[in-house]
Design a protein. Structure first.
Length: 458
């Protein structure tokens, strides 16, 4: 049945986050989200105003309302479900659309009643504070532009709205979870702080990466990784029209975005699933504390995970630190796994043990599938760029031209559709826990053109 997108609603969506690796810890859950349409003829600048308020005070309150901005209220069951979900730290979305764009906000709280409202009055936009009919407000602290309709095809946008409800959510949208520890330490990461502008050029580069390079594998990459890869391509393409130092700076910036994309995806595959599991399962938290007291374990290895758990960091940010972690992580995975090996009286223990076995297998696979060597190569390029930038004003024009040619070539190889050269293909396989069936050129021609090459050449 077709959905009437002019009506606000509370909707449910299945989430299978982290089940790419067939991880038994993270089962498919049905989560609840909110949808509100908005009319640009009434509030043309609404999205900009909400973003600005988030930037000023950290979050904003939007009333639960219909397309004409008449107040509506959640029923008690909806309130209980949403509040329970927020208390558990589950990523909850407010989807807003004017049928020309789709914005997804992260919900952090529901504000009900005059008392709560008085405490948050500075978070309300002026046009909504003037209305006394609003009783239920939604507090949001970040926003991701899911769709900007550059093609002006309304059918595409409506189709994407339908997919939000009908398709499983397979990845989190927001960069870092909403945690008080991250706010206190000031290391939280928000899309509103990233300067992500979905311009026409940005849209085109995204389409090129999705359709020509990664194809059906694009959606396996995290939103943060996608964003950095798009920026990498934006700068790489701009560099084509530049010369000299201008070209070099764009290529260096392009590589910087590529490196950020790589760090983001390495964390998605190897680090964050463990952090989420420790936070979710009490038995694993206890085992982790015991591990910290184990004198045989190198504390420097577990320190990176502990910093994320303590809210002092959101991920491992250095490739050398990541290599150090993968080199030594097997020992603490072995120790953690042994803590659950004989505890079979609880199903949770078996799930945790299976999860740890899979994570240990990922570490083995990282080293056996030449992923380590690719990361080391990226580090070498990064160090070479660092040395060159330090003396950029001293090198000759010929040396600068040589630098630009080398870096341009390396980037073209790194972002290509070649399975062996583009590290993200193997990372996606690790995430999806499935191998890639490689086809020869002849197989591709046969498949695409429905030909029987053997018969024709006989």
């Amino acid at each position: 049945m077709a959905t009437n997108w002019k009506d606000p609603k509370v909707f449910k969506r299945f989430s299978s986050i982290f089940t790419f690796s067939k991880n038994p810890l993270f089962q498919k859950n049905e989560n609840t989200h909110i949808y509100i349409p908005w009319d640009p003829e009434i509030e043309n600048e609404l999205m900009f105003q909400m973003k600005a308020k988030i930037g000023q005070v950290g979050s904003t309150l939007i009333p639960y309302m219909d397309l004409e901005q008449h107040a509506i209220n959640f029923n008690q069951e909806e309130l209980n479900t949403l509040m329970g979900q927020l208390e558990k730290g589950i990523e909850t979305h407010l989807v807003m659309s004017n049928f020309d764009s789709i914005h997804v906000f992260r919900v952090t709280n529901l504000v009900i009643g005059e008392t709560q409202l008085e405490e948050s009055v500075e978070k309300i936009l002026d046009q909504f504070s003037r209305h006394r009919g609003f009783k239920h407000y939604i507090e949001v602290d970040d926003v991701y532009v899911l769709e900007a309709n550059h093609t002006k095809e309304s059918g595409t946008l409506i189709s994407n709205l339908d997919q939000i409800m009908s398709r499983d959510q397979t990845q989190k949208i927001f960069i870092a979870p909403h945690r008080k520890e991250l706010e206190v330490t000031g290391v939280h990461k928000k899309w509103v702080e990233q300067g992500r502008n979905v311009t026409y050029d940005y849209f085109i580069r995204q389409c090129e990466l999705k359709d020509n390079i990664y194809q059906e594998m694009w959606d396996f990459l995290s939103r943060n990784t996608q964003h950095h890869l798009i920026n990498c391509e934006l700068n790489r393409n701009k560099s084509v029209f530049e010369r000299g130092q201008g070209k070099g700076k764009l290529l260096v910036e392009s590589f910087s975005y590529y490196k950020q994309a790589l760090i983001s995806e390495l964390n998605e595959v190897y680090i964050l699933p463990l952090v989420d599991a420790i936070q979710k399962y009490g038995c694993l938290q206890e085992a982790w504390r015991e591990l910290q007291e184990n004198a045989l374990i190198n504390r420097d290895v577990t320190l990176h995970i502990q910093k994320i758990l303590d809210g002092k960091s959101t991920s491992i940010e250095d490739l050398n630190d990541f290599l150090f972690y993968t080199k030594n992580a097997k020992s603490f995975f072995f120790s953690l796994k042994n803590m659950f090996a004989k505890k079979i009286h609880k199903e949770e223990f078996l799930l945790v043990e299976n999860f740890l076995i899979k994570q240990e297998g990922l570490i083995d696979s990282f080293r056996s599938r030449s992923l380590k060597e690719k990361v080391v190569s990226i580090i070498h390029i990064d160090e070479w760029i660092g040395r060159t930038i330090d003396q950029i004003d001293l090198i000759s024009l010929d040396e600068l031209k040589d630098l630009n040619l080398k870096l341009s070539y390396l980037l073209s190889v790194m972002v290509s559709a070649s399975y062996e050269d583009n590290i993200f293909f193997k990372l996606i396989e690790e995430k999806a826990a499935k191998g890639k069936v490689q086809r020869s050129f002849e197989d591709e021609v046969k498949n695409l053109l429905n030909l029987d090459i053997k018969k024709e050449t006989a």
